[in-house]
Design a protein around this ligand. Sequence first.
Ligand SMILES: C[S@@+](CC[C@H](N)C(=O)[O-])C[C@H]1O[C@@H](n2cnc3c(N)ncnc32)[C@H](O)[C@@H]1O
Length: 248
Amino acid sequence: MDRNYWEKIAVSYNEEIFDVLHNDSKKLILSAIKKYSSKKKTVLDAGCAVGKWLPALSPLFKKVYALDISAKNLEIAKKNHSLLPNIVYQRADMSGRKEGIPKCDVAICINAILTDSLKKRTIFFQSLMHCLKKKGNLILTVPSLESALLTKIINNQFRIDSSTAEKNITAKNALKKWKDLQQGNLDIDYVPTKHYLKEELSYLLNYNGFRITRFKKIEYSWTTEFISPPQWLKDPYPWDWMVVAQKN
Ligand SMILES: C[S@@+](CC[C@H](N)C(=O)[O-])C[C@H]1O[C@@H](n2cnc3c(N)ncnc32)[C@H](O)[C@@H]1O
């Protein structure tokens, strides 16, 4: 999942990429953003893609920095939101050099640290610390490894969706998948994607100098996992992790 991947996907972004804002039915992420917002504060949307969160962020903050690694995504975001007055678009790599990453009071980062590369993720987390002013607040959402495994376990037990069940694979692919799993990298649409354990996120944020103030499940419908989920399949629903943390 490098820059090339995101540049290529930009044209079909809405069909290919899961929409967290739309699917967060309890609006927990929006509530967290509102809690820390102020017309005196600046906010960074790290990995903003086509800018789905910008209409929500713009009226709540003095200035919004919409940052993404993909120039094409930013072009689409700019075009979609040309009427929003206080957005600064910035192409930068959160897994690269720190220059070009603005310092803000609040940062949101919604399902952007997905790379299967440990090195890139490590720098991304350091950049999240770097982009915040002292005592600044981070609202982070990432895929849950617990949820992804629960889906696999339920599918194996009840054969709900044969199209997503593992087929016979070659020894070489099996070894690759086994190595991926050691890092929490599970495929989404055949692309190895980082998924996180709750405890893993805790230590990652603490290690990078954050103090966690809130941990929440962002729950979705089972239709996000299975084409036709059975009626009986209810709670627990599939989820992403949302963490709210403060720069120490
Ligand atoms: C799944 S999309 C999420 C988009 C958006 N946050 C949302 O919730 O609608 C992930 C985005 O993160 C961006 N991204 C991935 N790695 C990045 C990096 N190292 N630096 C900046 N942006 C990155 C991608 O280009 C992509 O637009």
